[in-house]
Design a protein around this ligand. Structure first.
Ligand code: ACM
Length: 532
């Protein structure tokens, strides 16, 4: 009860600020109020479990500030180095990282004293004039606390060169832990290839909102974007120049690129979930290796955006040799526990064949030590309860999914009409698609993953994911425009307590976040729903 009361008070204050902004006579007062240090505890995205501003003086980040990390912990040290990298460019301060006692102002990152309430992903953060302390039970928790700290600093902290100003963190306290353990973004690098540097930039951005998984859609009808040694022509031919939608661009990740991305994501406490889509969405593979087709002949490559026309040949033994080789090699590249086998829109595969295929393929994922994810349709195969269906449809009733949940499967929630970042915001949006409708920021925010689909209650939700399909997206600017501000909306649904959900509060907090995106040069959509 106490938790709710405090959260309600925090959100109530944000709502009050918004009311004031709506009335010109109160605007000046509201602006002043918004600049009060205390308001930074009200501006956090995702909203924390508990946050209180205190009356005392702020912590002033200065040229002598050091980051002191848990003695003997490499993990804490790495989070400390990451934080220092975030703070140095805009402040111009050296920001040393040490695991020794520091005399002078310090930011302490400690792996003790956090308590059980924050679990294995949460943290507690305390700020007074002398010290900032982040305590957690794990490196993941420390990293989440560091993201909160970055938001408690002035927005200019996101700038990439020194800004002459004070860097204060208002006194206060946060106790925080996520609603769902799995909070993900998905990036489609098959429709248009996105380079490792672009993917890293997106990783940096999503990490800021406590997203902890990045699902990479690696293969589709247009392109095959990951090197596979045992089928060596797949990537160079299936992912070559001209294999992007409309023949624009192309490319693929070598195994070295992929391993480097996995390590980079890990440094941001993000686990990559690779997806190889099958048995549909496989035209690229079928165009390179003729023997994968039922008639033994390669199909022509395609770069249009039709879906549902391709299928691996269910009756051929070579299909399962191919699938096993690919799953084995992808599993070897994947330190994380999950491997996504797609399974969506297999309209060219009769239901009976689809079930036969999945019943042979799902055990292969397990054989190579991974837990399988699949899009909603995977439930047609009545998969074992270890398999996690990812709900992407636009209706709120799905009998096959509800039956899977009744059997014990957990579900990732990505309803296309809410969570798909590639839908246009409105009729004026240049990029994106419309098949699931327009999704303005409020639409992306106003739904509840724990009660969205009949028969899929809170306990059945494995997590929340925001997919970004790239038929129309070619550049990092394009990605950013579609993801921001909707990605933070989905991130909040994954992290924040359901009872803190409040659109007026969220839109007020987004307005603050816009200043950060401006300082950082993020190409975000200036939605008319937000008072930027
Ligand atoms: C999907 O959007 N076809 C998963």
């Amino acid at each position: 009860m106490q938790k709710r009361t405090r959260m309600a008070a925090v959100l109530g204050a944000a709502a009050l600020t918004m009311t004031a902004l709506a009335h010109p006579a109160m605007a000046e007062q509201a602006t002043t109020a918004a600049q009060q240090p205390a308001s930074r505890y009200e501006a956090l995205i995702p909203a924390p479990l508990e946050a209180d501003a205190h009356q005392g003086p702020a912590f002033e980040l200065g040229p002598h500030t050091v980051i002191r990390t848990q003695r003997g912990s490499d993990e804490a040290r790495q989070v400390g180095e990451y934080l220092a990298e975030q703070l140095r460019p805009a402040t111009g301060y050296p920001i040393k990282v040490t695991d020794r006692a520091a005399d002078g102002p310090s930011i302490a990152l400690l792996l003790r004293g956090a308590g059980t309430r924050v679990g294995d992903q949460g943290y507690r953060l305390d700020v007074n004039r002398n010290e900032i302390t982040i305590r957690a039970n794990t490196g993941d928790g420390l990293f989440a606390g560091v993201q909160t700290l970055r938001q408690l600093l002035p927005a200019e902290i996101a700038a990439d060169s020194p800004r002459a100003r004070e860097w204060s963190v208002p006194a206060g306290r946060v106790v925080d832990a996520p609603r769902f353990a799995y909070r993900a973004a998905m990036l489609d690098i098959a429709r248009h290839f996105h380079t490792p540097d672009e993917i890293k930039s997106y990783i940096d951005q999503i990490a800021h909102y406590k997203i902890n998984y990045l699902h990479l859609h690696l293969t589709d009808d247009q392109g095959w974007r990951i090197e596979i040694d045992s089928w060596p022509r797949l990537a160079p031919e299936g992912g070559g120049e001209g294999t992007g939608v409309d023949g624009v661009g192309g490319g693929y990740l070598t195994k070295e690129d992929y391993a480097d991305l996995v390590a980079y994501a890990e440094s941001r406490h993000i686990t990559i979930v690779p997806e190889i889509d099958m048995p549909g969405h496989t035209n690229a593979a079928l165009s390179v290796y003729g023997e994968l087709n039922c008639d033994g002949k390669p199909v022509p490559p395609r770069t249009d955006t039709e879906v549902g026309y391709s299928s691996l040949c269910i009756d051929l033994d070579i299909t399962y040799r191919f699938v096993e080789d690919v799953i084995r090699e992808i599993a070897e590249l994947t330190p994380g526990p999950y491997l996504h086998i797609g399974g969506d829109e297999a309209h060219a595969t009769p239901d009976e064949d689809y079930r036969a295929f999945m019943q042979r393929v799902l055990p292969l994922v397990e054989k190579y030590g991974k837990r399988a994810f699949g899009w909603t349709e995977v439930t047609k195969a009545e998969p074992p309860t270890s398999v996690v269906p990812q709900f992407w449809h636009t209706n709120r009733e799905n009998a096959s999914l509800a039956e899977a949940v009744a059997r014990g499967n957990k579900v990732i929630m990505s309803p296309a009409n809410k969570a798909y970042l590639d839908m246009k915001y409105d009729e004026n949006t240049q990029l994106g698609l419309t098949w699931a409708g327009y999704i303005e920021v409020k639409d992306a925010y106003e739904w509840d993953p724990g009660s969205h689909v009949s028969g899929v209650g809170e306990d059945a939700v494995f997590g929340v994911e925001a997919p970004l399909w790239s038929e129309t997206l070619r550049s990092l600017d394009d990605i950013e425009f579609m993801a921001f501000p909707r990605l933070p909306a989905i991130a909040e649904l994954g992290w924040s307590p359901a009872e803190s959900h409040d659109w007026e509060s969220f839109r007020a907090r987004l307005a603050e976040e816009g200043k950060r995106w401006e300082a950082e040069g993020v190409n975000f959509y200036r939605s008319p729903q937000i008072d930027w």
